[in-house]
Design a protein around this ligand. Structure first.
Ligand SMILES: [Zn+2]
Ligand SMILES: [Zn+2]
Length: 342
C-alpha cells in the first residue's frame, strides 16, 4: 500500500507519489490550441479535413475541427463528452468541449475551448470545373433535322440526372459546360468514362446511333499520349409519344429502348412490338408536340364525339375498349380522316 505525499492518505494506486485525486487536482487534462482554421470550398461548400473534402453541415464541420484539435493528457482516455458550438460571426465559431476522461479507472471531467475560423478555398474538382477542365464531349444530335427544344431539354435533363447520380460517389465527375450548336447540343465533361457511360445510356434509352472518336491533344508530363474523346449520340427522328408509320401501319410509339419498341396501332388500338431490327425503318408521321387537341362533346360505348379542331364540325371517333375520354383528346389527321391518339 502506498500513501499520498500530498494528502497523506493510503492509496492503492499512485502517480508521481500522489493519489489519483491529488494528482488530478488543478491539472489540465485536455488542451486546445487558441484557434484552428477550417477550409471550406467557396464554390461547392465542402469542408476539408486532412486533404479530403467532405459535405457536412457547417456546425458539424466546426465541431469536428475542434475535436480533431484537442489534445488529451497521456494515460487518459475520453469516454464521453459534450460539445458546445457558438457562432460569433459566419466565419468564426467558438467551440467548447467538455470531456469525460478515464484515468486508471478514475473518472474526471475537463473543458477546453478553441476558436474555429472558416477560411475560403477551392477544392480540386471545383478548381477544374471553374477552369473549364474537360476530357470528353458528348455530342447530342437529331436525326436529320434540328434537335427540337423539347427533346433537347428532355435529353439534357436525363444527362444531368445521370451525372448527379454518378457524382454522388465520385466528385471528379461533372459537367463543365453545355453548348447549343447547329443541329444539337455539346456537353463538356470532366471524365472520359463519364462521356462513355452517358453515350451508352442515351443510346439505349433512345435507340440512338452512337459513335466514339478519340483526338490526340498532346502528351502528359511523363510522355504518355493524351486524348480527348468525342461521344456522338444521334437521336432517331421519332420518339415515344410520336405517331409513326411502322410496317405500313399508323401507330403511336409507346416505348423505345435498345431492345426495340412498343407501338399502338391507331386503327385497331392493338399494341404491337417493334423489333430492334425494324426500328431504323420506322417513319415519323407526326411529332407528339404537333398533335392537335380536340374537345370531347359526348361519349358512348366504343366511340366518342369531338369537335373537329379545324372546322369545328362534330366528328365520331373510334376509341379503345374501356377508354375513358378526358375533356380534350389528342387527334391526328391521316388522309383527311381524324384518329384518336390515346
Ligand atoms: Zn492525495
Ligand atoms: Zn468545391
Amino acid at each position: 500500500m502506498n500513501f499520498c505525499v500530498k494528502c497523506g492518505r493510503d492509496c492503492a494506486e499512485s502517480i508521481e507519489g500522489m493519489c489519483v485525486t491529488c494528482w488530478l487536482d488543478g491539472r489540465k487534462l485536455s488542451t486546445m490550441p487558441h484557434h484552428v482554421d477550417l477550409k471550406v470550398c467557396a464554390n461547392c461548400g465542402e469542408f476539408c479535413f486532412n486533404e479530403k473534402w467532405r459535405r457536412m453541415e457547417v456546425e458539424d464541420a466546426v465541431a469536428k475541427a475542434a475535436q480533431d484539435a484537442i489534445r488529451i493528457i497521456d494515460g487518459a482516455e475520453v469516454v464521453d463528452g459534450d460539445i458546445m458550438v457558438t457562432r460569433k460571426d459566419p466565419y468564426v465559431y467558438e467551440v467548447t468541449l467538455q470531456s469525460v476522461l478515464d484515468i486508471m479507472g478514475y473518472s474526471a471531467t475537463d473543458t477546453a475551448s478553441v476558436i474555429v475560423r472558416i477560411k475560403k478555398g477551392v477544392c480540386k474538382p471545383c478548381s477544374r470545373k471553374l477552369g473549364s477542365y474537360y476530357t470528353s464531349i458528348l455530342q447530342i444530335r437529331a436525326g436529320s433535322r434540328e434537335l427540337s427544344p423539347e427533346l433537347r431539354e428532355e435529353v439534357l435533363a436525363a444527362v444531368e440526372k445521370s451525372v448527379a447520380r454518378q457524382a454522388e460517389t465520385n466528385k471528379q465527375l461533372f459537367i463543365t459546360k453545355m453548348e447549343i450548336v447547329a443541329g444539337g447540343v455539346d456537353v463538356y465533361l470532366s471524365s472520359i468514362s463519364l462521356g462513355k457511360s452517358l453515350m451508352k445510356e442515351l443510346g439505349e434509352a433512345y435507340c440512338a446511333e452512337t459513335k466514339e472518336s478519340p483526338k490526340l491533344v498532346g502528351q502528359t508530363a511523363d510522355g504518355q499520349d493524351m486524348y480527348r474523346l468525342t461521344y456522338l449520340v444521334r437521336l432517331p427522328e421519332y420518339h415515344a409519344g410520336d405517331v409513326v408509320i411502322s410496317g405500313g401501319r399508323y401507330c403511336k410509339l409507346l416505348r423505345i429502348s435498345s431492345y426495340g419498341g412498343r407501338a399502338l396501332d391507331l386503327f385497331d388500338f392493338r399494341e404491337r412490338a417493334v423489333r430492334k431490327a425494324d426500328l431504323p425503318s420506322l417513319k415519323l408521321y407526326e411529332k407528339a408536340g404537333n398533335l392537335k387537341d380536340a374537345t370531347v362533346i359526348s361519349r358512348s360505348a366504343g366511340e366518342i364525339q369531338i369537335l373537329h379542331p379545324d372546322t369545328y364540325s362534330s366528328v365520331d371517333l373510334k376509341v379503345p375498349e374501356g377508354y375513358e375520354a378526358p375533356e380534350t383528346v389528342s387527334v391526328v389527321s391521316i388522309d383527311d380522316v381524324l384518329y384518336l391518339v390515346p
